[in-house]
Design a protein around this ligand. Structure first.
Ligand code: SF4
Ligand code: SF4
Length: 285
């Protein structure tokens, strides 16, 4: 994102809009500027403000006169009075910033929508996390902090050593050059984004090792790391993960239960729980 120095009148309205604190008013030049390295191309400043098309020279003159008489001439706080915020043409690799930071655009660079997949929410349909397995969502960054792909790679490399399975339909995985080693494409390692999610799965008995590794890495990381873990309940509603998490010292509560509302992919051993007398005869089941 750019600010046109010919148009900007240094009103400062765009500063609180930026989730990365990347916009500053330079007192020397009396213009707002964007720290290109910190900007994650979220487009919040461009989209989040109304625009007026006042003449910049006129606005600066009025502001200078008002200042002289010790009062202020400021536009309404949600307005850029001179339409000075200008998106730039984003080329590779910078375009990945927007793909991971602007929720209104699909991942053109990766071909995948959203920051991750539907995760465990649709697991009854996808059956990605099977009995005896746990699914992890590991989130890097958040507004105000952000994350660079090199921070993410630190973790994906360590996870690859634990032989976990990366979810292939995930935007970060699609940018890996070698998923068996958790390596992300070298040309994007320095790109900064608002946040990203890595999805993995592991056997239930591997959960303690994965959690310990994630805790260790998060303490060294330049960004914030949040972890969610989920599993399948058995037919009686028993959740095998709860005991494991308790043993590892995590407070456990069932945050969310997703009931299968889609196509059945698994035949229950209990005839009463299967759709057609213990046998699913629907197409594609
Ligand atoms: S809102 Fe517009 S005029 Fe005001 S500081 Fe930001 S870019 Fe400059
Ligand atoms: S695009 Fe986003 S990160 Fe960049 S300056 Fe605008 S609000 Fe800040």
């Amino acid at each position: 994102m750019n600010i046109d120095p010919h148009k900007c009148v240094a009103c400062g309205n765009c500063l609180p809009i930026c989730p990365m604190g990347a916009i500053h008013v330079d007192p020397a030049s009396s213009r707002a500027t964007i720290d290109e390295d910190e900007c994650v191309e979220c487009f919040a400043c461009f989209r989040g403000m109304s625009k007026e098309h006042l003449n910049p020279v006129m606005v600066r003159t009025i502001r200078a006169i008002a200042k002289f008489f010790r009062f202020r001439f400021d536009p309404e706080p949600d307005i850029c009075p001179t339409d000075a915020i200008v998106p730039q043409e984003l080329a590779w690799p910078r375009i990945v910033r927007r793909a991971f930071s602007d929720p209104q655009v699909p991942h053109e660079s990766t071909g995948i929508h959203g920051r991750g997949t539907a995760e465990v929410k649709t697991n009854d349909v996808t059956n990605r996390v099977k009995n005896g397995e746990a699914g992890f969502v590991i989130e890097f960054g958040r507004p105000g902090v952000g994350a660079r792909f090199r921070d993410i790679q630190q973790v994906t490399q360590a996870l690859a050593e634990l032989k976990v399975e990366f979810e292939k339909n995930n935007p970060v995985a699609s940018l890996m050059s070698d998923s068996s080693r958790g390596l992300i494409r070298e040309d994007i390692l320095n790109e900064k984004i608002l946040s990203a999610i890595v999805e993995i799965k592991a056997r239930l008995e591997e959960v303690p090792g994965v959690l310990r590794k994630l805790r260790e890495l998060s303490q060294e990381s330049e960004t914030v790391v949040s972890v969610g873990v989920s599993t399948r309940c058995d037919a009686d509603g028993h959740d095998p993960l709860r005991e494991i998490l308790k043993r590892e010292g995590y407070p456990t509560y069932r945050g969310k239960t997703n009931l299968g509302l889609g196509r059945v992919t698994r035949i229950s051993p209990h005839p009463s729980l299967s759709p057609v007398g213990g046998e699913d005869k629907r197409e594609g089941a």
